[in-house]
Design a protein around this ligand. Structure first.
Ligand SMILES: N[C@@H](CCC(=O)N[C@@H](CS)C(=O)NCC(=O)O)C(=O)O
Length: 305
């Protein structure tokens, strides 16, 4: 059973929750704090700071790109994976995951963000959250737009979606990974940010309702103890022989994102496929853990000995 470490207001988590709904895959939910420290997760991943993370036993999957790939395999729905994506789709996804995502976040009026944070976290934690995210912003290796530019950019994106929506979904009559990547940014501005769906974009509105209707499938809340027991009582799944050919296999490495929230995970590189890195961590509490990262957006460097 897949465990999703997530929090309610997280747009990237919403992408995965909706994919689980679309696939009809029951899942276990462990709600993480909205900022580090994350006692439910840090001991498992060894320091990856982003949300969501998926867990199956002693395997941890970081980044929604890889979580989507896992759901695609588990549910035989290749349309949820980027593996078959052509150049056009890949370029569209890259834009959605970076500039459109930041345009959506920065479009939301600061007063609404503050209100939601205080409602969800209380005043003291809301303040901590703002300081935490300011720190993430300062260490980021990417440019973000001003709020005015963000609103214009997000509106241009929605106009382009309206044009693109000639069928029920963005690329065809059935949804694919792009629909889920586009959904979570609009979910964030509309549901979390309380901005109305533009009334002059009827296809975008209908698409949003169609996507929302997938729901979140059967979600069962679990405790940290349950997630830890799953890690302790299982071994990582075997690494395919074809993933053990890279000359760096067996080296101590450090894997980190290349754009923002740059915290690295250290361990031994045990797998390297065209799309993922697998890092083994030997832990006192759980035994061996494998942490999986997509190659896209992550870098591997020599780790500390
Ligand atoms: N590329 C990542 C992005 C994930 C991401 O940025 N998540 C946000 C929350 S929605 C995050 O982790 N922010 C920093 C944090 O929560 O500590 C993915 O697809 O999973």
């Amino acid at each position: 059973m897949i465990i999703l470490h997530h929090y309610e207001m997280s747009p990237f988590s919403e992408k995965i929750r909706l994919m689980l709904g679309y696939s009809g895959l029951s899942w276990q939910s462990l709600v993480s704090p909205a900022m580090p420290p994350r006692p439910n997760l840090d001991p498992l991943t060894g320091g990856y700071r982003r949300i969501p993370v998926a867990q199956v036993g002693a395997d941890l999957f970081c980044d929604t790109r890889l979580i989507s790939e896992e759901i695609a395999v588990m549910t035989s729905r290749p349309e949820l994976s980027t593996l078959r994506a052509d150049e056009e789709l890949n370029a569209y996804l890259a834009d959605l995951e970076s500039s459109v995502f930041w345009a959506s976040v920065l479009s939301i009026p600061p007063g609404v963000t503050l209100k939601k944070l205080v409602q969800n976290l209380g005043p003291w934690q809301a303040l901590r959250f703002i300081r935490d995210r300011a720190g993430v912003g300062r260490s980021a290796r990417m440019d973000t737009p001003s709020p005015k530019q963000a609103r214009q950019q997000f509106r241009r994106h929605l106009d382009e979606m309206e044009q693109r929506l000639q069928a029920d979904f963005l690329f065809a009559a059935a949804p694919c990974i792009a629909d889920f990547c586009a959904y979570h940014t609009l979910w964030f501005t509309h549901i979390v940010g309380e901005l109305p769906l533009p009334p002059d974009l009827p296809r975008v509105q209908a698409w949003f309702q169609r996507m929302t209707a997938f729901g979140h499938a059967q979600r069962d809340e679990i405790t940290q103890a349950h997630a830890f027991a799953a890690a302790r009582e299982n071994s990582p799944r075997p690494v395919e022989a074809a993933f053990a050919l890279d000359p760096r296999i067996g080296n101590r490495v450090s894997v980190s994102p290349t754009d923002y929230a740059l915290d690295a995970v250290n361990g031994i590189l045990v797998g390297c496929s065209p799309t993922r890195y697998i890092v083994a961590r030997e832990t006192d509490s759980f035994g061996d853990i494998h942490v999986h990262f997509p190659r896209t957006g992550f870098q591997v460097s020599a780790g500390d000995d």
